[in-house]
Design a binder for this molecule. Structure first.
Ligand code: ADP
Ligand code: MG
Length: 633
C-alpha cells in the first residue's frame, strides 16, 4: 500500500502558517502590508492583550470585490503578481498570496470589505480555516480584519507566546517601522484603549520621528537626500551627540519596505566612524528607492531581508551620503537644552559667526607632514594667569554669519502651520555621492584660560567654549598618524639598538606568516631564532619611548583572527599612537602651547570628536548664559 499522500489543504495551510505567522506581530505585519498595498491613506490597528485576544486592522483602501473574497484566502492566491517574470519586478509589499490563508488557518477571523462607495460590501467569517459565513453587509469603502484567539487550534505554538508586554513590544516596534516607512499614511495603534502611536499622514517624516522617539531626538536629526543613477536615498540621521545604546534606532527602508540589512547597518556605522563613543549607535531613518529589478525581496519568509544585486555600489553610496552630511555640520554639543519650537536658539550653528576667509583657508586640510607636531612629552608649565588676561581680543568686525548650511534646521521647530505636505525638506543638502564634502569652518576662538589643567576656556562673540585639551591633542595626532600610516615607507628608520620581542611558539609560527602586515605599516620585523623577533626598522615618527609597546600591541591585533584588513590596522595603529603621544589632563599649558593646540585643531578634518568619539568642544551661547543668569527670560 502506498505510504505517501498529499496533505489536504487544511493541514497544508496550518503548516505554512508556522512559517508566516510566528506571533501576533506577524499577523499585524501581514494585514498592515495588505492595507498599504491597497492604497490606504489611513490604517488603524487595535490590539487586545498583546494581540493574543484580538487584532483588528481597518483601512480605507481599495477593498476586495465580493467575488474575490473567498479566493483571497486560498493559498498562493494574490492579485499582485501573475507570472514568474513579475517576481523580478515587485512593487508591492505582498506577492506570495500566503498570508490570509495562513492567518485564517490558525485563528477565528472576520473580514468586512467594500470596494465601492455605495455602502455595500461583503462579510466573511472563517474559523480554523473553515468558511462559516459569507454574506452581504453594509460597509464603507475599505477593509477591516478582526483576528481573534490566535493559535487557539495550535496549542504547541500558543505555548511559545511570551508575555503580553513582549508581544506588544514586537507589534509596536513593527508599527513604528511602518510609520517611518510611510509618513504619507495616517497610522494609529491602540492597545486596550491606549493610543500608542498616531501619525497624521501628511508626509512629514520628521513629525513621525518626533512621535516615536520624542522631540529631542527629532531636533537632533539631520536631513539627507542624495541620488545617483541607481539609487536615491532620503531620510534623517542623528547628530553624533545624540546616541542610543543599541541599533534599534536604525531603520532601513527599501522601496517602502522596512528591511534588516547587515550591510546597510555597517555602511551607516562606517559613516559615523570616530564620531560615536564605543557601543553607542545613531538614530537613522533611511529610505532607499531603486529599480525593483535590482533588489530581490523573495529571499526571506517574512520578507524582512532582501538581496541587492548592486551591493558593492549601494553600501559606499549610503556611507558617503551620511558621511557628507555629518562632516558638513559643526558638531559642537550645547549642554543647555531648549524646548522644541524655539528655533531661534536651538541650534548652535545658527549662532556661530565665522571669519570668512581665514578659517576656510585652514580648515579641511588636515595635518600634513610638514606641520610640526606639538611636543608629545612634558610641556612647560604656565606660571601665572596674567598672560591670559592681557591678550587682545582678535575678534574682528568682518565676521559674518555663515548660514549656507543651516537652512534645513530652521524647519525643525515644526508648527502645524508650517507643515508641508511632502515627505522631505527641500532645503536638505544635496551632497554628491563620492565627492568630498565642503567642511564648515571651525569657529574662530580667543583663549581666555585653562581649567584644572584639563580644559581650555575660549570665547568669541557668540559664546563661551570649553575644549578638552587631551581630546583635542588626540584628534590632531590621530589625523597626523593616519596620514603617516598611509605612506609609512617614506619614514622607515633603521634602528641602532634593535627592539626584540618574544612570543609563544604558536604565536611565533603565525607571526612568520604575517610579517607583511607589519611591512604595510612601516614596521620591519624579522625572526631572530626561536620565539624571538627583532624589529629592524620602524617609522621615525613613532612616539618616542613607546615604540616597543606599540609594536607589541600591533602584533596582538595581527595575531587575533578578527584583525584582518589593512585599513583597520592603519586605523587602530593611528589611534594607539595618538593616545600615546598626546598630552594628558592635569597639565598646564603655556599660552603659546594652547594657541598652537587650537590652531592645529581648527585645521583638522574633523575637529569635533576625539578618535574614540568623545566630544572635544562644548559651548554655551551668549544667549544661554544670559538665560542661565536670568538676564533674559
Ligand atoms: P498577498 O499580499 O501576497 O497578495 P495575501 O494572502 O496577504 O497575499 O492577500 C491575498 C489577496 O487579498 C491580496 O492579493 C489582495 O488582493 C487581497 N487583500 C488582502 N488584504 C486586502 C486589503 N486590506 N485591501 C484590499 N485587498 C486585500
Ligand atoms: Mg499580503
Amino acid at each position: 500500500m502506498a505510504k505517501i499522500h498529499v496533505l489536504d489543504e487544511h493541514i497544508a495551510n496550518q503548516i505554512a502558517a508556522g512559517e508566516v505567522v510566528e506571533r501576533p506581530a506577524s499577523v499585524v505585519k501581514e494585514l498592515v502590508e495588505n492595507a498599504i498595498d491597497a492604497g490606504s491613506t489611513k490604517i488603524e490597528v487595535v490590539i487586545e492583550e498583546g494581540g493574543l485576544q484580538s487584532i483588528r486592522v481597518m483601512d480605507n483602501g481599495s477593498g476586495i470585490e465580493p467575488d474575490d473574497c473567498e479566493a483571497a484566502f486560498y493559498r498562493h492566491a494574490t492579485s499582485k503578481i501573475s507570472n514568474g517574470r513579475d517576481l523580478f519586478n515587485i512593487t508591492s509589499l505582498g506577492f506570495r498570496g500566503e498570508a490570509l490563508a495562513s492567518i485564517a488557518a490558525v485563528s477565528k477571523l472576520t473580514l468586512t470589505t467594500s470596494s465601492n462607495e455605495d455602502g455595500l460590501g461583503r462579510k466573511l467569517v472563517i474559523e480554523g480555516g473553515k468558511l462559516i459565513g459569507n454574506e452581504d453587509t453594509a460597509s464603507s469603502r475599505g477593509t477591516s480584519f478582526v483576528v481573534k484567539e490566535l493559535f487557539y487550534n495550535t496549542p504547541a505554538r500558543l505555548k511559545y507566546m511570551k508575555t503580553i508586554q513582549t508581544e506588544l513590544g514586537h507589534i509596536s516596534d513593527y508599527m513604528y517601522r511602518i510609520a517611518l516607512s510611510h509618513p504619507e499614511i495616517g497610522i494609529i495603534l491602540r492597545h486596550n484603549e491606549n493610543t500608542l502611536l498616531q501619525t497624521v499622514g501628511n508626509g512629514d517624516l520628521l513629525q513621525v520621528i518626533a512621535a516615536i522617539y520624542g522631540t529631542q531626538a527629532a531636533k537632533a536629526m539631520l536631513p539627507l537626500q542624495v541620488e545617483d543613477n541607481d539609487f536615491s536615498l532620503q531620510g534623517y540621521v542623528s547628530r553624533p551627540e545624540w546616541t542610543r545604546s543599541n541599533r534599534n534606532g536604525i531603520s532601513t527602508i527599501v522601496n517602502g519596505r522596512y528591511i534588516r540589512s547587515y550591510g546597510l547597518n555597517q555602511a551607516i556605522m562606517r559613516a559615523y566612524h570616530t564620531l560615536l563613543p564605543i557601543n553607542r549607535y545613531p538614530l537613522a531613518i533611511l529610505s532607499l528607492t531603486m529599480h525593483p529589478s535590482i533588489v530581490d525581496v523573495n529571499v526571506h519568509p517574512a520578507k524582512l531581508e532582501v538581496r541587492f544585486s548592486k551591493e558593492n555600489e549601494l553600501y559606499p553610496f549610503v556611507e558617503q551620503a551620511i558621511y557628507a552630511v555629518l562632516r558638513q555640520q559643526v558638531l559642537i554639543p550645547q549642554p543647555v537644552k531648549h524646548p522644541i519650537g524655539n528655533t531661534g536658539s536651538s541650534f548652535i550653528q545658527e549662532q556661530f559667526r565665522f571669519m570668512k576667509d581665514q578659517s576656510s583657508a585652514s580648515a579641511g586640510q588636515g595635518l600634513s607632514g610638514q606641520v610640526e607636531r606639538l611636543p608629545a612629552k612634558p610641556l612647560a608649565s604656565m606660571n601665572s594667569g596674567s598672560e591670559w588676561a592681557v591678550r587682545p581680543d582678535v575678534s574682528s568686525p568682518m565676521r559674518e554669519r555663515n548660514d549656507q548650511n543651516y537652512g534645513a534646521n530652521k524647519e525643525m521647530g515644526y508648527r502645524p502651520s508650517e507643515v508641508k505636505n511632502k515627505p522631505f525638506n527641500p532645503e536638505v543638502y544635496a551632497a554628491p555621492a563620492g565627492g568630498s564634502p565642503e567642511l564648515p569652518p571651525f569657529p574662530e576662538l580667543t583663549l581666555i584660560g585653562q581649567h584644572h589643567g584639563t580644559y581650555l576656556i575660549a570665547q568669541n562673540e557668540d559664546g563661551l567654549y570649553l575644549i578638552d585639551q587631551h581630546a583635542a591633542h588626540e584628534r590632531i595626532n590621530y589625523e597626523f598618524y593616519y596620514e603617516q600610516f598611509g605612506r609609512p615607507d617614506d619614514a622607515s628608520q633603521e634602528l641602532l639598538l634593535p627592539i626584540t620581542l618574544e612570543f609563544t611558539p604558536s604565536e611565533s609560527e603565525q607571526l612568520k606568516q604575517k610579517l607583511n602586515w607589519f611591512e604595510q605599516v612601516g614596521v620591519y620585523l624579522e625572526p631572530f631564532g626561536g620565539q624571538t623577533f627583532r624589529v629592524r626598522s620602524h617609522p621615525y615618527w613613532f612616539p618616542k619611548g613607546e615604540e616597543q609597546e606599540i609594536i607589541e600591541e600591533m602584533a596582538e591585533w595581527v595575531l587575533s583572527e578578527r584583525m584582518i584588513d589593512l585599513a583597520k590596522l592603519r586605523e587602530k595603529s593611528s589611534v594607539l599612537c595618538s593616545c600615546k603621544a598626546s598630552i594628558k589632563a592635569n597639565q598646564r599649558l603655556t599660552a603659546l602651547e594652547s594657541d598652537t593646540l587650537l590652531e592645529r585643531l581648527a585645521a583638522c578634518k574633523q575637529p569635533y570628536t576625539c578618535p574614540h568619539g568623545r566630544p572635544i568642544v562644548i559651548s554655551f551661547s551668549t544667549y544661554d548664559l544670559e538665560k542661565l543668569f536670568k538676564r533674559v527670560m
